[in-house]
Design a protein around this ligand. Sequence first.
Ligand SMILES: NC(=O)c1ccc[n+]([C@@H]2O[C@H](COP(=O)([O-])OP(=O)(O)OC[C@H]3O[C@@H](n4cnc5c(N)ncnc54)[C@H](O)[C@@H]3O)[C@@H](O)[C@H]2O)c1
Ligand SMILES: CC(C)[C@H](C(=O)O)[C@@H](O)C(=O)O
Ligand SMILES: [Mg+2]
Length: 366
Amino acid sequence: MPTLKFAVLSGDYIGPEVMTEALRVLEHVAKKENLTLSYQHADVGGAGIDNHGKALPDSTLATCQQADAILFGSVGGPKWEKLPPKEQPERAALLPLRKAFNLFANIRPGLLYKDLADASPLKSERIPNGIDIVCIRELTGGIYFGAKSTITLENGEQQATDTMVYKTSEIERIAEAAAQTARTRSKKICSVDKANVLETSVLWRKTVTAYFAKNHPDLALSHMYVDNAAMQLARDPNQFDVLFTENMFGDILSDEMAVICGSLGMMSSASLGTIQNSHGKPFGLFEPAGGTAPDIAGKGIANPCAQILSAALMFRYSFGLDAIAAKIEAAVRKTVTVDLVRTGDIAFGKPAVGTKAMADAIIKNL
Ligand SMILES: NC(=O)c1ccc[n+]([C@@H]2O[C@H](COP(=O)([O-])OP(=O)(O)OC[C@H]3O[C@@H](n4cnc5c(N)ncnc54)[C@H](O)[C@@H]3O)[C@@H](O)[C@H]2O)c1
Ligand SMILES: CC(C)[C@H](C(=O)O)[C@@H](O)C(=O)O
Ligand SMILES: [Mg+2]
């Protein structure tokens, strides 16, 4: 009976609400499939600040280091927004965690089930078969991690600087991750940049072109500027298959993908890097693409699907349990499209259920 060892970092606001339900789903799956779950909770983000004085406590980092994967909720929110920016949960916990485990490849599936098309703001005739695309986002470089400063100029006004930095090797490794994903799909891949303006994008496009010509000449590579990509996603998302891009462009485009696919509450993600875990698989961090949703926290109405689907990705990527991941994904799909059990964010005219009832319905389908 394989033991699946992972750290559970629920975080803040809706983080613990959706994590509780994801863990119930995993407990059910484990019982049925004869798997042993060995997971340890640890405080992160605002919870880390409140309980340990620090967004990423040393004990939390140690818990992650001892695990084979991290199941992450989300961090941040109004309670900690008055802290100095560098101490806030997002910058002091999530980004260092991604960096500490070298999680440079963030996979965000943009999947809208055909029978959930009414939850998309796109007209259904534009997406007759739903949407099925993937965004591969570079996660440990770019403007998120370049030098930053805020200074006061001689005339007394303030000036802030963020720096976008990329090295060839960082671009090549995300290009390789994107190529590997494209090989499992239609072999069509679009690199998104802003090479008409940014030096980092000029290097990005040149590096990607050379890398694919040398290593993946059979893949259909195209390039697109990010402003056009944002527009094309809203116009005809299925013209893409695999889309890959740098850190900040990927952050923005993936939220757009989430909403055209129904809701942020449906979008899972896997962040992978270079570390192998004790299963001989990539150590990963698995989290919803969305945040802590303070506007709906505490009401028991958050959609737990993104967290549950992120757990499915953990089974697939970090534990090599593809068939079990597929069962969880199928149960979520059946719940929202056949049983029509939906939380408010994807209900649109249909009766809505709460977080717990949604998970109960998914468990029934497992
Ligand atoms: N990975 C993370 O930890 C992460 C990601 C994004 C944002 N954040 C943080 O979350 C906080 C709130 O950010 P925001 O409001 O810009 O973005 P958000 O993603 O939290 O919310 C945006 C909108 O989507 C809705 N939404 C998000 N997840 C949902 C779910 N599971 N079910 C139903 N509706 C859902 C929210 O109610 C809100 O209306 C900020 O502190 C931000 O920095 C954290
Ligand atoms: C909370 C924030 C730091 C994070 C990001 O920008 O990467 C989030 O928006 C995401 O998409 O995971
Ligand atoms: Mg984001």
